[in-house]
Structures are given as structure tokens and as C-alpha cells.
Design a protein around this ligand. Structure first.
Ligand code: ZN
Length: 140
């Protein structure tokens, strides 16, 4: 038994959360043209087809670009890094970057998905959000 208490996706249907604390971002794949989308869509933005299936995205991607946010709404403590990560399926997903000093963030660096607690819903149930952190260095 794991003691990790991890809740539902903070935005319904955006994240599959497993009991071990791992998970995947969820999106749509068009069965007609093969395009992928995040988050889930009802119709394909490429071919306008409506035959879409829900897919899990890879947890590893590449940092496309980023910025350091120094002013935000009171709900978010600043400064923080915000980036776009490109995933192998062809989707570009925005998220907060954690686990690295700002001056060590580099465009093109490999990133990995991390799930983190994201407050509670109005009924007090724990919610889970996602962030990105640099992937462990390897020899690619
Ligand atoms: Zn399509």
C-alpha cells in the first residue's frame, strides 16, 4: 500500500493520476488525420473530423521556450518559471517549471512531467496538478 495521497486532476479530464503518484497528461488523437491535441477536444482542429480518441501523452518532452513570471495573481507566488514543452506526439503544453535554478533553464533541455498537489476542490477533496522539471541527465 502506498501512503501517497493524490487526488483527481485539478481540471477534469486533463490528467490521469495513478495511485502511486505517477500519471500522464490526457489529450485527443484524431483517427482521421492523426493530429494530437491537448487538452481533450470534441473535433479535430486540423481536418474538422469528429472521430477522436483519448490518448495518454509521453511524460518526457523538450523545452520549447520559457519565461520567468514576476507578477501574477495573488494565488501564485512569484517569481516562477513558466514554459512550453514539446511532446513527441506533436503537442506543446504550457506549465510551471520546477526543480531548477532560473539561470540553469535552457531552451531545448529535456523535461519530464511531475504531478503535485494542487489544493482542494470545494468539497475538500485533494486535487492534483502538473508541472515540468528537467529530466535526469542521460547520454543521448
Ligand atoms: Zn484530424
Amino acid at each position: 500500500m502506498t501512503t501517497t495521497v493524490i487526488g483527481e486532476s485539478f481540471r477534469p479530464g486533463e490528467l490521469e493520476v495513478r495511485s502511486d503518484g505517477t500519471g500522464n497528461l490526457l489529450g485527443s488523437k484524431c483517427r482521421s488525420c492523426g493530429a494530437h491535441f491537448f487538452p481533450i477536444r470534441q473535433a479535430c482542429a486540423g481536418c474538422l473530423g469528429q472521430d477522436l480518441e483519448t490518448v495518454k501523452f509521453s511524460t518526457e518532452g523538450t523545452l520549447y521556450t520559457y519565461t520567468i513570471v514576476r507578477q501574477s495573481t495573488p494565488a501564485f507566488e512569484v517569481p516562477y518559471a513558466l514554459g512550453y514543452v514539446d511532446f513527441p506526439e506533436g503537442v506543446r503544453i504550457m506549465g510551471q517549471i520546477v526543480g531548477v535554478e532560473f539561470d540553469e533553464i535552457a531552451i531545448g533541455m529535456p523535461m519530464t512531467l511531475v504531478l503535485e498537489p494542487f489544493g482542494k476542490d470545494e468539497d475538500g477533496n485533494a486535487l492534483t496538478g502538473y508541472r515540468f522539471r528537467p529530466a535526469e541527465a542521460d547520454n543521448d
